[in-house]
Structure formats: structure tokens, C-alpha cells
Ligand binder design. Structure first.
Ligand SMILES: Nc1ncnc2c1ncn2[C@@H]1O[C@H](COP(=O)(O)OP(=O)(O)OP(=O)(O)O)[C@@H](O)[C@H]1O
Ligand SMILES: [Mg+2]
Length: 581
């Protein structure tokens, strides 16, 4: 419960540079009287200005400053909530806004708007609108509940029932829904991108695989070709080896031809020598008839015998010579054949060497290509890197999917919460719970003021007013006095409900000129009822021109204007006997 203790103000409207101070809880009821324009309603502006930073009436902040002094407008208010004592100071020219709690100034670093928000939401737990509906019933620019549009009626009721928290939650929830839907949109977009990336990666890997396979096939083909060449070379080597073998075998036959030829030539030389000697001898016997040595005559017989035997020897030798040269010729041919065969063997052996060298080269090529194939088949680093890339993309997609699922789960929870928090949800259920009580209270208060109508507010805060004699009324169709009774009934209802709900509960009730013009004699006498119907915790202030009401109150505050400045004077009455009747 907010217990207002004291308010004081200076340089506010017609109040001058001296503080006007009112103890708000000194007596159960107080009459504030004074002539028109003396400064009675100023207390309402001081009150709302101190609590909400704006006057009760529609006056601009600058117009609140006393026009004579033009500066130093200060309003201070003291109230307690539980064991906390608050003291708020507001000033214009210079601007000032201080909240003190138990003697310590709060939050001076915070922005004024935030400080005000904190004051309304966490300390007072009501805003200007609810305060004016619960604490003040005014005659001037005050807009009675019944003249408020339904949106504002809803705000007030939500404040009174302390369920505006659902509206705040709903607002926050709307922000979260927006964030959530943006998040889902972003996630969907990311998912789309990632799916495309994965497809591209797969395609790229497929192309890579295809290229790889083609490369492997090409290399395998090369291996097959090389192996075929190897096979052919091996065959060629075999053929050459066989050839060399048969050549060698053939050579065997001719291997002795060199020796034989040598020997034959030696024989030929010797034969030639012998032949020359024989020829010389023959020539001697042809040319000589005397022996040169012994100078004896050579007989013809002897000469002829020598010539004959010499000739046959020569013939024999010629025959032998001819035979020998023929043999040598044959042997020479055989030697040529040997040389030719040897050359062939050498050539074949060279061809075998070449083929063997080719075999080594082919083997090396096959092995090299084979390793390349193995590399391409398994341990290709490019392929591995691309696979790792694909794996990480797939993992990312999985995470993204999980986030999307969670986000969508959040969305479901949020939409369920939104459904609960919207006006037709929890709030309507709570309001529906309280509506019968509200309606009952309104009708009770109306009856207490001898106003017999059936007043019903529905969940949209539209009223239906029925009378015993007439059917349906609108608020506007009632007289000013009747409207005032409805306004009082509603004000008292809101106070009761707020108290019941323990949301907004205060000791202060100010009725500004309610009983002066609109209420007739019987209405004014209802004032007694009103004042009687409050407990010790309520301090009622009645602003009026009617000084004669004086005796009905515990205290009177006289407001008057002296030299353009409003001053107040307080009288506390000994007895409140008048109220008891
Ligand atoms: N800025 C200002 N400086 C000085 N006086 C001002 C300023 N603004 C308004 N006033 C005067 O202050 C007085 C305001 O008085 P207030 O409205 O509180 O009177 P009231 O006693 O409630 O009168 P009523 O009985 O007619 O309702 C008026 O006389 C008004 O002309
Ligand atoms: Mg007034």
C-alpha cells in the first residue's frame, strides 16, 4: 500500500516562493475550501507532477512555473511503501528529479525517462492514468472512466488488476516472435545456401572422380601396352638367343678354318719356295752343258734325264700347287663364312642387350605407372581434402537443421504463449473472473447513493445500463448528477478492486468539486455516506467552494490569494460528530 504522507510545493501556478505544505495523512478527511482561482486544485497538479512529471490538468510544464517568479518551481512528496520511505523532488527551472529511498538517493545516473519508468513500474506500480482513476475524481479536465475509449478503459482495468504485466510480456513476446521469425528466415536461407554448396561439392567430387577414373583407365591402358611390348621383347630376346645358339653351333664347324688356312698358306709358301728351286734347277740344265763347279761336260743324256725328272717334279709341284690354292680358296670361303657368322652373333648379342635394356625400361615404366594408379585410386590428397570439405558441409547442415528444429519449436511455444497473452487469452480469463465482483461493487455503490440502475461492464469494458422503468441507457443520457454518481461508484469500485488485488492501494482519495454543482442536496448528503465508508487507512480530501460543509470534516484547509500568491491555512476540528449522523 502506498501511504502518502506529505506534499509541498512552491512557485507552482499561483503559489509563490514559499512552500505550501499539506500533511496528507493527518486526518481521515479534509475539506479544502476557497474562492474560485484561489489555488485549491493546484494540489492535484502538485501531486501528479511530483509522481509522474506532469500536472493533473492539461497545462504545459513551462506554464506550471509561477508567472511572477518565473523560476525555482519545486514539488516534493513523501510516501511510504511497506518499510520503505520515499521522498521525491521535482523541479523546473532548474530541472530536478530525485528519488530518495530511506534517505538515499536512487539511480541518479539513469536517464530521467528510465527513472520515471522505474518509479511507475517498480515503486508505485501504477501510471498517471490509473492514479487519476483511483485517487482523484475531478471536475475540471479529468476524463471519467465512462468517457474513455475502450483501449484506455482496458489499460486502467489491467493496471488495477495488476495484469498489465501480460501486456508487457505480450509486447516482449511480439519482439521475440519477430526475432524468431527473422532467425527462421535466416536459417532457411542458410540451409538453402548450404544445400546448394553440398550439391556443388558433390558434383565437383563426381567430376574429380570421373577425371580420376579416366586418368586411371588411361594409365592402365599404358600398362597393358607396355606389358604387351614386354612380352614381344621377351619373345624377340628368345628368338635372338636361339639364333645365337644356332649360329654358335654353325660357327663350331668353321672355328678351325683360321688354323687350317694358316697351315695351308705356310705349305703354299714352302711349296712355292720348292717350286722356285726346281724351276732354277730346270733352267740350269736347259741353259748349261758344263758343270760350273767342276767344269766337266754335262752329257746330254744326263741333262735330258735331269730336265725330264725336273719337269715331272715341276709338273707334280704345279699339280700340288694348284690343288693347294684350290684348297686355300675353299678354306678362305669357309673363313669368310666364319667371319660373317661371327658378325651375326655379335649383332644378335647386341640386339639381345638392347632388348634387355628395353625390358628394364619397360618394367620401370610399368612400375611407375602402377604407383601412379595406386595413388590416384586411394591416397589422392586432393580427393581427401574435398571429402573432408564435404563432410564438414554435411555436419554444418546437420547443425543448421537442429538449430532450425529448435527455432521452430521456439516458434510453436511462442505462438502458444502469444495466444495465451493476447487480449482474449489469460487476461480475458482474469478479467472475466473479476468482472462479476466489479459489477456487483459498482451496483452496490450506486444503490448506496440511492441510484437504482443495473450497471454491467462486459469483458470489452463496454457498459450496459438498465433501469427499472426504462430499458437501456447510455452514460451520456444521464444527468450531470447521475453521471457524477456513476463516476463515484466506478472510482470506489476501482479502489476496492485494486485493494482486493493488492496491486494499487493507497490512502489518498481526492474529490474535486464533485459535490458543488452537479450533486443536489441528496447527492451532497451522500458525501456523508462516502466519508463514513472508508477505513482508518483512507484520507479523503474534498475540494469545494461550500464552506458550510466545514463541520462534516476533521480538518479544513483554507486556500486564499494574497497579493497574487496563493496561501493555505489549516484548521483541525476537535470533533467529527457531524459525520456520525
Ligand atoms: N503560471 C502561473 N502563474 C501564476 N498564476 C497562475 C499560473 N497559471 C495559473 N495561475 C493561476 O493560478 C490559479 C489556479 O488556481 P486553481 O485552479 O488551483 O484554483 P481553484 O481554487 O481550484 O479554483 P476553482 O475553484 O475555480 O476551481 C488561478 O487563479 C490561475 O489564474
Ligand atoms: Mg479547482
Amino acid at each position: 500500500m502506498i501511504h502518502f504522507r506529505k506534499i509541498r510545493w512552491k512557485n507552482l501556478l499561483s503559489t509563490g516562493n514559499t512552500f505550501s505544505e499539506v500533511d496528507l495523512s493527518a486526518t481521515r478527511n479534509t475539506l479544502i475550501v476557497g474562492a474560485n482561482g484561489s489555488g485549491k486544485s493546484t494540489i492535484l497538479d502538485a501531486l501528479t507532477f511530483s509522481l509522474f512529471g506532469k500536472p493533473f490538468r492539461k497545462i504545459s510544464k513551462s506554464m506550471l512555473i509561477n508567472s511572477v517568479n518565473e523560476k525555482d518551481t519545486v514539488v516534493e512528496i513523501d510516501f511510504t511503501i511497506g518499510n520503505k520511505e520515499y521522498h521525491i523532488i521535482r523541479g523546473i527551472k532548474p530541472n530536478k528529479f530525485e528519488i530518495h529511498c530511506n534517505g538515499k538517493m536512487m539511480d541518479q545516473n539513469a536517464k530521467a525517462v528510465d527513472q520515471q519508468k522505474n518509479l511507475e513500474q517498480n515503486i508505485l506500480k501504477m501510471n498517471f492514468k490509473s492514479f487519476t482513476q483511483i485517487v482523484v475524481l475531478g471536475s475540471s479536465t479529468f476524463v471519467p472512466f465512462m468517457r474513455l475509449p475502450s483501449v484506455q478503459r482496458r489499460e486502467i482495468i489491467e493496471d488495477i488488476l495488476d495484469i498489465q504485466v501480460f501486456s508487457i510480456m505480450n509486447q516482449r513476446l511480439k519482439d521475440r516472435v519477430k526475432d524468431n521469425s527473422n532467425e527462421i528466415k535466416d536459417l532457411d536461407y542458410d540451409m538453402h545456401l548450404l544445400t546448394e554448396k553440398i550439391e556443388l561439392q558433390k558434383k565437383y567430387m563426381f567430376e574429380l572422380e570421373k577425371k580420376n577414373k579416366e586418368e586411371i583407365d588411361r594409365k592402365r591402358e599404358k600398362i597393358t601396352d607396355a606389358e604387351q611390348e614386354e612380352l614381344e621383347t621377351n619373345g624377340e630376346i628368345q628368338r635372338l638367343v636361339d639364333n645365337v645358339q644356332s649360329l654358335n653351333e654353325e660357327l663350331e664347324d668353321y672355328s678351325k678354318s683360321v688354323d687350317k688356312l694358316d697351315k695351308l698358306n705356310t705349305i703354299l709358301i714352302k711349296l712355292n719356295q720348292k717350286l722356285q728351286t726346281c724351276k732354277k734347277e730346270h733352267k740350269f740344265f736347259e741353259d748349261n752343258h758344263v758343270c760350273p763347279t767342276c767344269t766337266q761336260d754335262l752329257s746330254d743324256e744326263f741333262r735330258h734325264g735331269m730336265l725330264e725328272s725336273g719337269q715331272s717334279k715341276l709338273d707334280e709341284m704345279y699339280g700340288g700347287y694348284e690343288e693347294l690354292t684350290t684348297t686355300i680358296d675353299t678354306e678362305k670361303k669357309r673363313h669368310d663364312k666364319f667371319v660373317e657368322l661371327s658378325k651375326k652373333v655379335t649383332e644378335s648379342n647386341a640386339a639381345i642387350s638392347q632388348a634387355n635394356y628395353r625390358l628394364v625400361t619397360i618394367r620401370k615404366t610399368v612400375n611407375d605407372i602402377h604407383s601412379e594408379v595406386l595413388e590416384l585410386e586411394g591416397s589422392n590428397p586432393d580427393k581427401k581434402a574435398e571429402f573432408v570439405k564435404l563432410e564438414s558441409l554435411v555436419a554444418e547442415k546437420k547443425d543448421l537443421k537442429q538449430s532450425t528444429i529448435e527455432c521452430k519449436k521456439d516458434r510453436d511455444v511462442l505462438s502458444a504463449a502469444i495466444a495465451l497473452l493476447k487480449d482474449s487469452g489469460i487476461k480475458t480469463r482474469i478479467i472475466k473472473t473479476y468482472l462479476p465482483t466489479m459489477n456487483k461493487l459498482i451496483n452496490q455503490y450506486l444503490q448506496s447513493m440511492d441510484f437504482y440502475v443495473n450497471f454491467t461492464l462486459d469483458e470489452n469494458f463496454d457498459e450496459t445500463i438498465k433501469s427499472r422503468y426504462r430499458d437501456v441507457f447510455t452514460y451520456e443520457s444521464f444527468s450531470e448528477g447521475e453521471k457524477a454518481r456513476i463516476d463515484i461508484a466506478l472510482l470506489l469500485t476501482w479502489r476496492s478492486v485494486a485493494k482486493l488485488k493488492n496491486s494499487v492501494d493507497t490512502n489518498l482519495l481526492i474529490l474535486d468539486e464533485i459535490f458543488d454543482s452537479s450533486l443536489d442536496q441528496s447527492g451532497a448528503s451522500d458525501l456523508g455516506w462516502i466519508l463514513r465508508n472508508f477505513d482508518d487507512n483512507t484520507n479523503v480530501f474534498v475540494i469545494s467552494h461550500k464552506e458550510q460543509l466545514n463541520d462534516k470534516f476533521d480538518r479544513t484547509i483554507n486556500v486564499s490569494k494574497d497579493k497574487n500568491y496563493s496561501t493555505i491555512e489549516e484548521t483541525v476540528h476537535e470533533l467529527t460528530h457531524a459525520l456520525v449522523g
